[in-house]
Design a protein around this ligand. Structure first.
Ligand code: MV4
Length: 446
């Protein structure tokens, strides 16, 4: 097992990883920008190294500075956390070339899944159902027209280097196609340095359902059920829950088995999430995330498995101590993302927190690095706390969530707590009747 892990991240996720390490008897190194010197994860780590000024490019994305910090502290592994360098295959490779372990999958698997056209080809070959569309990048307008006619309008043009919704364009009919392709290509070129785009049939009102899988270095892969992440705004998740209100037990199991079987064929190691769109009882693969995810805690709550601990054990070469039959799903879990943002305009609201009081009690978990007197810097993602609820069923979970939100005090800044309280008053949400478009086009629009 590793003796010392460098955590190349910040905020709640850095603290989450530190906690797993501490329980495993592994020493931690926090790296931080000058803006994060007073952060909770830095205070709690065994050692800390400042790696640069506030902008992420100069600190949390600064590969030489992170490797130097690992060298001077004698760390034997690097955990990249979420975002930042977590899905950078070059970083994973460089870490290995320096004789350290990258806590994550193999670089070539990160690379394949980072290219959305390659990812889709791979998924198809592994037997995962995909949305009808082009197999390769679009080469000409005529090429695109032929494919669009075959699959039927409306169609979506997506950037291959994209993901997360950037560079997506909708074409309702043939006359919109040329413009959609040009826009998608120039957006993709500007954002990712590649103009490769592909075409897919547009699904009008699907749900976003993702399946958590875990693979070890010995060919064992299991799934840990799904998370419904349909409640998003501008491709940012707001609230996630498991199990999905849209699935029955049989459908859930089939999707999980399909995901685990395909990843076993792939030879996938570490944590991974297969993202699907789900419409009219059918699953369609869209993307795969090759890292730990922000919403991993809800899976932990219903399975009782510490995903970060598993991820570290797997990277150390330990064989999985679980088989699929060992996994028992208990109750319901919901995560609310609490952002330092105005709950109506969504404008960031950084600043110094005055009072801080986190809710507690049975079935209430907070993943956050906040404390009274902490100053939220303006340079990074606005997620400041995750409120994670567990209940024996969805109804108990919702009632518990409501009382926990009412107890939560984060003084002096605006947060999205009132948005979650409002969501709990919506009959569509309470009935679990929502899809990827509902939040923005119905709930926030009214
Ligand atoms: C789609 C789609 C409809 N049809 N693909 C958005 C981000 C990227 N991960 C895939 N996305 C979508 N792909 C087809 N063929 C609708 C979306 C989409 C979406 C997906 C999941 C969660 C929220 C979303 C919000 C808008 C659009």
């Amino acid at each position: 097992m590793f003796e010392k892990i460098l955590i190349a991240n910040r905020g709640d996720i850095a603290l989450r990883i530190h906690r797993a390490c501490r329980e495993m008897g592994i020493k931690t190194v926090a790296v931080h920008s000058t803006a994060d010197s007073g952060a909770m994860n830095v205070r709690l780590a065994d050692e800390s190294v400042c790696i640069g000024p506030p902008p992420s490019n100069d600190s949390y994305l600064n590969i030489p500075a992170i490797l130097s910090a690992a060298a001077v502290t004698g760390a034997d592994a690097i955990h990249p956390g979420v975002g930042f360098l977590s899905e950078n295959p070059d970083f994973a490779e460089i870490v290995q070339e320096h004789g350290l372990t990258f806590i994550g999958p193999k670089p070539e698997h990160i690379r394949t899944m980072g290219d959305k056209i390659e990812a889709k080809k791979t998924a198809l070959a592994l037997g995962l159902p995909c949305i009808p569309g082009s197999e390769n990048a679009i080469e000409s307008l005529d090429d695109a027209i032929d494919i669009a006619k075959e699959i039927g309008f409306p169609v979506l043009i997506k950037a291959s280097a994209g993901g997360g919704g950037r560079g997506m364009q909708l074409a309702l009919e043939q006359k919109d196609l040329a413009k959609a392709i040009n826009l998608a290509q120039s957006e993709a070129q500007a954002a990712f340095g590649s103009s490769d785009v592909y075409i897919e049939k547009y699904l009008a009102n699907p749900r976003h359902i993702e399946i958590q899988i875990v693979g070890d270095q010995h060919g064992n892969v299991i799934h840990l059920g799904e998370r419904d992440c349909s409640l998003q705004r501008r491709h940012q998740k707001i609230l996630e829950e498991t199990p999905s209100p849209a699935l029955n037990g049989k459908t859930r199991l089939l999707a999980g088995q399909l995901a685990a079987e395909s990843m076993q064929k792939f030879g996938y190691e570490s944590l991974g999430t297969i993202e699907f769109l789900y419409e009219n009882g059918k699953f369609f693969f869209i993307e795969m995330n090759t890292r730990l995810q922000v919403e991993h805690p809800i899976t932990e709550m219903v399975t009782g498995i510490d995903l970060v601990r598993k991820q570290i054990q797997i990277s150390a070469g330990m064989p999985m101590d679980l088989v699929q039959e060992d996994i028992v799903f208990t109750g319901h879990s919901i995560e609310c993302r609490i952002n330092a943002e105005d709950p109506v305009s969504f404008r960031p609201s950084p600043g110094k927190i005055s009072d801080y009081h986190a809710p507690g009690g049975l079935g209430v978990r907070i993943d956050s690095a906040l404390y009274a007197g902490y100053e939220i810097p303006p340079y990074y993602d606005s997620l400041v706390a995750k409120l994670i609820i567990h209940g024996k069923n969805r109804n108990e979970c919702l009632l518990r969530l409501s009382r926990a939100l009412d107890e939560f005090v984060i003084g002096n800044i605006e947060t999205t707590i009132p948005l979650h309280q409002k969501l709990l008053m919506s009959s569509e949400f309470l009935d679990g009747e929502y899809n990827i478009n509902w939040l923005e086009s119905k709930f926030l629009a009214s």
